[in-house]
Every structure is written in C-alpha cells, then in structure tokens.
Write a protein of this length. Structure first.
Lengths: 140, 135
C-alpha cells in the first residue's frame, strides 16, 4: 500500500464521549488487480476536500491510462457537497481522458442517500457494495 | 423552548465544529440517526456557503442559533457578509462542473430538511433550517 504522504496529517480532538474524534481525512493509495484504489478515512467537507482532490490528481498522473478508479468509502463517516463535487469533477476528468469511471465502494446507506439526492450517480459514478464486487465486474 | 448559540469564524476549519454541535443538540432531542445525519449535512452546507461566499478574503463570523422546540429543531445560520442570489447561484454552479459541489449544497439543504428559508441582502445572509421530530 502506498501512503500518500503529504495528505496523511491527522488531527485528533476529544470526542463527545471522551474518545478520540477525528475531524480530518486520511488518504492512502494502492492497487487491486491493476486498478488504483483510493482508501479514505474520516470526514470529507470544505476543510478536508483538497486532500481528496490532490489524491485524485495524483492517481490521474500516476495511472494515465486507467479506465477505472475505485474510491473506498468504508471508513468515511461523513461526506457533503464539497466531497461529492470533487468526486464528480474527478469522474468528469477520467471520462474525458480515458472514457473511464470512478467506482464507489462500501458507501453507508446515508452516503448512498446523498449520492441519490445529488442526482449524480447514473451520470458519473458506478456504485458497488464491496471491493470484491467492483474488481470482479471491472475486470471482465 | 431552549436556545443555544454558537459563533464560529468563517473559516473552513470550523465548519466541523458547527456540524458536531448540531449533532449533539439533535441527539439530545432524540432525533433518529438518519435525521441527525441530515441535520449535520444541512448545517455544514449552510456554513460552507457562508465560508465561501460571505466575506471574500477577510473572514468574519458565522452565528448559529439553535431553537429546540418540542416538535422541531430550528437553526438560524447568519453571516454579515455581502449576500448572494440563491437561485442564480444554484444555476451557475450546476452549469459549471468545477463548482458543482457548491450548488449541490443548496439542493441538499432543501432535500434533507423540512423547511429552508433564505434571507439575504447586502448586509448579510440568514439561512433558516427546520427539522421536525418524527412522531
């Protein structure tokens, strides 16, 4: 796994129940079956979205011929319009360059709901329940 | 009715603080998990708009006033910035893929809350968000 060094800064604050509460976004990049995978952890909002934007640009530069890119939301607890906007822009970019897609995996029901409300799913993304599901379908 | 007020700088760093405050208040009012998530997004979107549009390069303040009624939570999010045209803003952002997230914020607020109202002028903007407690 390649840790995307310049965007792994992690801020921890005291949580409401005394535990650690991460109000930041951690990003790492790896491959699965030659498909680049961006693993995200934390919250994506107006403060953290530049890290996701940087990661997408990094992947587009590192994998210029990639037709698919997987974005793993397994550890994302919150995403709003700024995060969706960055993913939508990334999807436009990969479509323009390689006729490719951004493939979202492991989205919670709440996150699926806001993708749905945004009306962006059919136009820009594919959504899979799991990484295995995505890799199997994309490798066909 | 119980009132809680919070003032944050209009900087992206503090939008999460507003979101967590909203979450704590909604939790205390026994909103469902799904409703709490909706409220967090709507509050975050209103604050994000204020951060990005209200003050230009010189950050000001964003005031949040939470009014806890028996059957609903009303949240007023105010800035003293330059104001903006909500409808024109949605249209512009939807037409510009680079800024698609910003127009979506208004779409989310309208979709996730029971009532949304904007009062905007050259002296600032107040967004009122209302979520009813599910019976």
């Amino acid at each position: 796994m390649l840790y995307f060094g310049k965007i792994t800064v992690r801020l921890k604050n005291r949580g409401e129940r005394g535990g650690n509460m991460v109000l930041d976004l951690n990003v790492s990049i790896r491959e699965n079956n030659n498909i680049p995978v961006i693993d995200l952890e934390g919250e994506i909002d107006v403060y953290t979205y530049p890290k996701l934007s940087d990661a997408l640009q990094y992947v587009f530069e590192t994998y210029p011929n990639a037709k698919d890119l997987i974005v793993n939301l397994d550890k994302i607890r919150y995403i709003d319009s700024t995060g969706l906007g960055v993913i939508a822009n990334g999807a436009n970019q990969i479509k323009k360059i390689n006729e490719g897609y951004i493939n979202i995996i492991n989205a919670t029901p709440q996150i699926k709901k806001i993708f749905d409300v945004s009306g962006l799913i059919s136009a820009n993304f594919k959504i899979f329940d799991s990484e295995e599901d995505a890799v199997t379908n994309l490798s066909k | 009715m119980t009132n809680i007020k919070l003032t944050i700088p209009s900087m992206s760093d503090y939008v999460g603080v507003a979101r967590l405050t909203a979450s704590g208040i909604a939790n205390r009012m026994k909103f469902t998990h799904e409703d709490i998530e909706d409220i967090k997004i709507a509050v975050s979107e209103a604050c994000t708009n204020a951060v990005q549009y209200a003050y230009g390069d010189s950050p000001g303040e964003i005031e949040l006033a939470f009014s806890m009624f028996e059957d609903k939570l009303e949240i007023k999010i105010s800035d003293s910035g330059k104001g903006f045209d909500v409808e024109a803003d949605v249209k512009t952002k939807e037409d510009d893929p680079e800024k698609i997230g910003l127009g979506l914020g208004i779409v989310f607020m309208r979709s996730l809350m029971d009532h949304v109202d904007y009062d905007t002028s050259a002296n600032g903007t107040t967004v009122t968000l209302v979520k009813k407690v599910s019976s």
